[in-house]
Ligand binder design. Structure first.
Ligand SMILES: [Mg+2]
Length: 411
């Protein structure tokens, strides 16, 4: 039976439409060294790196004040462009910088060159299996994600349809958005349905820090009134006892969910906080990878919303498997802020009800493109809603003046 399956696959590959054949794979980094797939790569003073935000390194006083001090932006952005014999190009993005470029051009490209970009399942499987010795999570899957997104761009262009139509079509007219950032009243005024606040203090700040966290939530609730959603983003900074204490302390202020309180590998801990606080919604997933990581979260029924990042989790090919698994358990999937890629994904599935957007202006007052200026045509929300472009593919264009090859061509 296995031999029959392989023979079938070989036949399909040999039937490649030569005009669609992949002839080049190029990996870029942003010329500025900022943005372009790594939204933490910002100038000094930006709220996302230089305001007090609890994180896994907050336990070390020397690295507490600024997240760039411990290298949250050390890798930088990764942009992948894939070209076919007909001259069509597809583009994808992730974090990964020069090491990501190396993986794409020196390893993954061997499976891509000569292939049909529409063979997304085989190509994903080959990239994933071949990187298992050093991959499984993190950088290798980020590199695969950027490639996968570029393949889906080509899928749309070759079929002359936006990606959401290739994926499954429209399930809604437009997508409601909430904002992650420090200015909830501003986001309410702009028409968004909710705001997610970065949590400033973690367990190392003790009871005083916990009370400051509660005061922040109380003040935000006071500013936005009772009918606007407030969420808390904990960026892997907490532990089980602190998460339970936080959930109980902010209960009077109706926090819709507490996000990513624990380190991603503590699946048992996620189950324990849900058991201890069944009335509180918990979410996680932005630092989880592939269907296997999400299977751990789904099977334990410990997470109320799954949040894969489409540019990190393995791209759309993997995210749609996660959405399918989650649908069988009535768990919504709301990707971590993945910009236009999120918009297409959330348009195409019924259990992807709304979208995260980030307030990327330095003061957190305005919504600007999450990938900076590397793309043209990246849509921004209007009045609290967003729609993916109806152009073929993702509907965005790479601005080549904003990127350069990560490793010298032909080296
Ligand atoms: Mg988050």
């Amino acid at each position: 039976m296995a031999r029959l399956a392989c023979a079938w696959l070989a036949k399909e590959v040999s039937a490649t439409d030569k005009r669609a054949e992949i002839v080049d794979v190029r990996a870029y980094i942003p010329v500025t060294g900022r943005e372009g797939g790594d939204y933490h790569a910002q100038r000094t003073g930006h709220w996302i790196v230089d305001s007090l935000i609890a994180n896994p390194m907050s336990v070390y006083p020397a690295y507490k004040e600024s997240r760039t001090s411990w290298g949250i932006d050390a890798l930088g952005g990764l942009i992948v462009e894939i070209e076919t014999r007909s001259g069509a190009t597809g583009v994808g993005i992730s974090q990964g910088g020069v090491p990501g470029c190396f993986i794409v051009e020196r390893h993954l490209s061997r499976f891509l060159l000569g292939s049909d970009p529409r063979d997304v399942e085989r190509l994903w499987d080959q990239m994933w299996r071949s990187t298992l010795p050093y991959g499984r999570k993190g950088l290798a899957i980020c590199a695969i994600s950027a490639v996968d997104l570029a393949l889906w761009d080509l899928c749309g262009k070759l079929r002359d349809e936006p990606v959401y139509r290739v994926l499954g079509g429209a399930t809604k007219d437009r997508i409601p958005c909430y904002v992650t950032g420090p200015q909830p009243a501003r986001y309410k005024a702009l028409g968004f349905f909710g705001a997610k606040l970065p949590l400033p203090h973690g367990p190392a700040d003790g009871h005083e820090g916990l009370m400051k966290n509660v005061a922040l939530v109380a003040q935000a609730r006071d500013e936005v009134g009772p009918d606007f959603d407030l969420m808390l983003d904990c960026y892997m900074a907490l532990d089980v006892p602190y998460t339970i204490a936080l959930a109980e302390a902010v209960r009077p202020y109706r926090v819709r969910w507490i996000e990513e309180p624990l380190i991603p590998d503590d699946y048992d801990g996620h189950a324990r906080i849900k058991t201890a606080c069944p009335w509180q919604h918990f979410t996680t997933g932005e630092h989880e990878y592939t269907r296997y990581g999400f299977r751990e979260l789904i099977s334990r029924r410990c997470v109320d919303i799954l949040q894969p990042d489409l540019t990190w989790v393995g791209g759309v090919t993997e995210a749609r498997k996660i959405a399918a698994m989650a649908a069988a358990y009535d768990i919504p999937v709301v990707p971590h802020g993945s910009g236009v890629f999120s918009s297409h994904f959330q348009m195409a599935f019924t259990n992807t009800p709304f979208q995260e957007t980030l307030a990327m202006s330095p003061d957190g007052m305005d919504i600007t493109p999450i990938f900076g200026n590397v793309f043209r045509g990246d849509p921004l929300p209007e009045g609290g809603f967003v729609r993916p472009p109806d152009r073929p593919g993702w509907g965005i264009e790479l601005d080549h003046t904003q990127v350069r090859r990560g490793i010298p061509a032909g080296s």
